[in-house]
Design a protein around this ligand. Structure first.
Ligand code: SF4
Length: 351
């Protein structure tokens, strides 16, 4: 009987250990393999020089080391890189690498398409095709490390690319465990931010995890009427239910929940919206990321006028709210927030 070849990318140390023991090899071989794949980024059995050749051949017949395949890389004039991965069957997903002076950031995707249908988001116009596996999610980080020579533990990871991560809960959490494992990628959970459109049961489940990433909420409106229109998820879990779940989310000292607010011209960018936002979030430890909508002819909206953005941010600051206006990155390569649509043409994370 021919045994199936298992991809080590995506397997936990316990899974690798079980497979190695099943092959009749000692436990420490699993540790060598795990460190080789996740820490040293070995992609070929020849690189495992701490394992003798005959044994390497035995492992080669049983295991592969396959990263998500990069089909194209678009490089922005501001240094942002949009990676288009081949997800099989003609499907594409994207990751966006944003180099910065202080620390580089990688925005990863969790699904092929998205079922949430947020009106301001290019991914929301795509059909939801499938969940990415843990290996396909963590593998985006490994692929970037290999491509750019950066170390995973020096990255900020934002789980804000294509897809609603809490709709792919198990695989996303497995991927986060791989990313934070001290024997491998060693990314601090404090450097990982998961952004959700507001899946309340998912936030509650996340709250019960022993190790949690930073939480970001894609809010984008100050009234239920406006949010119902922009984000259909609000019709199921409205702003009150969402903020209630946020209040119950355990926050370590000095940690805050980030609320992302895409400013849309004439829709949610008034001074009144800013004042309502202050009142809504008043009793939460939070900060606000204001994201002026990127111009996109396919969207039924316009970017906000610069003076409206300024007035909005000033209203928040006058009320002692920590808020920053996100500078668009990678607009020229369709890599800015809200633009990820798996497109192969050159034309920013989304939430
Ligand atoms: S903003 Fe996020 S949850 Fe909403 S459609 Fe886009 S990818 Fe999906």
């Amino acid at each position: 009987m021919v045994m199936a070849v298992a991809n080590l990318v995506g397997m936990t140390s316990a899974e690798i250990e079980a497979a190695i023991l099943e092959l009749g090899e000692p436990r420490y071989r699993a540790r060598q393999i795990y460190a080789g794949v996740y820490r040293r980024l070995y992609r070929d059995w020849e690189q495992f020089t701490d394992i003798g050749k005959p044994l390497r051949e035995k492992f080669r017949a049983r295991f592969s080391i396959e990263y998500p395949e990069i089909s194209q890389v678009f490089v922005s004039r501001d240094g942002t890189r949009r990676y288009l991965f081949n997800a099989g069957a003609g499907q594409r997903v994207e990751a966006v690498f944003i180099p910065e002076e202080s620390r580089d950031t990688l925005c990863v995707s969790t699904q092929v398409g998205c079922a949430m249908g947020c009106l301001f988001c290019a991914t929301g116009r795509l059909p939801m095709l499938r969940n990415l596996s843990a290996g396909e999610i963590a593998g985006q980080v490994l692929a970037l490390e290999a491509d750019r020579g950066v170390q995973a533990k020096r990255l900020n990871i934002v789980v804000m690319g294509m897809g609603e991560p809490l709709n792919n809960y198990e695989n996303v959490m497995s991927a986060l465990r791989l990313m934070t494992c001290g024997k491998g990628m060693s990314i601090s959970p404090r450097r990982i931010t998961l952004s959700t459109s507001g899946i309340v049961p998912g936030i509650e489940r996340l709250a019960s995890e022993p190790v949690t990433p930073n939480l970001a909420i894609s809010l984008n409106a100050s009234t239920d009427a406006a949010r119902d229109r922009l984000m259909p998820v609000n019709r199921k879990w409205n702003i009150a239910a969402l903020l209630d779940a946020c209040r119950r989310f355990p926050l370590a000292e000095r940690r805050r929940i980030t609320f992302e607010y895409v400013l849309i011209g004439g829709v949610n960018d008034s001074i009144e919206d800013a004042r309502r936002l202050v009142r809504l979030l008043g009793n939460l430890r939070h900060k606000i990321n204001l994201i002026p909508l990127n111009a996109d002819p396919a969207l039924p909206f316009s970017p906000p006028a610069p003076e409206r953005v300024e007035a909005f941010a000033k209203t928040l600051a006058d009320n002692y709210v920590t808020a920053s206006v996100r500078r668009p990155r990678g607009e020229d390569i369709a890599a800015a927030c809200g633009m990820l649509a798996g497109v192969e043409s050159v034309a920013s994370c989304r939430k």
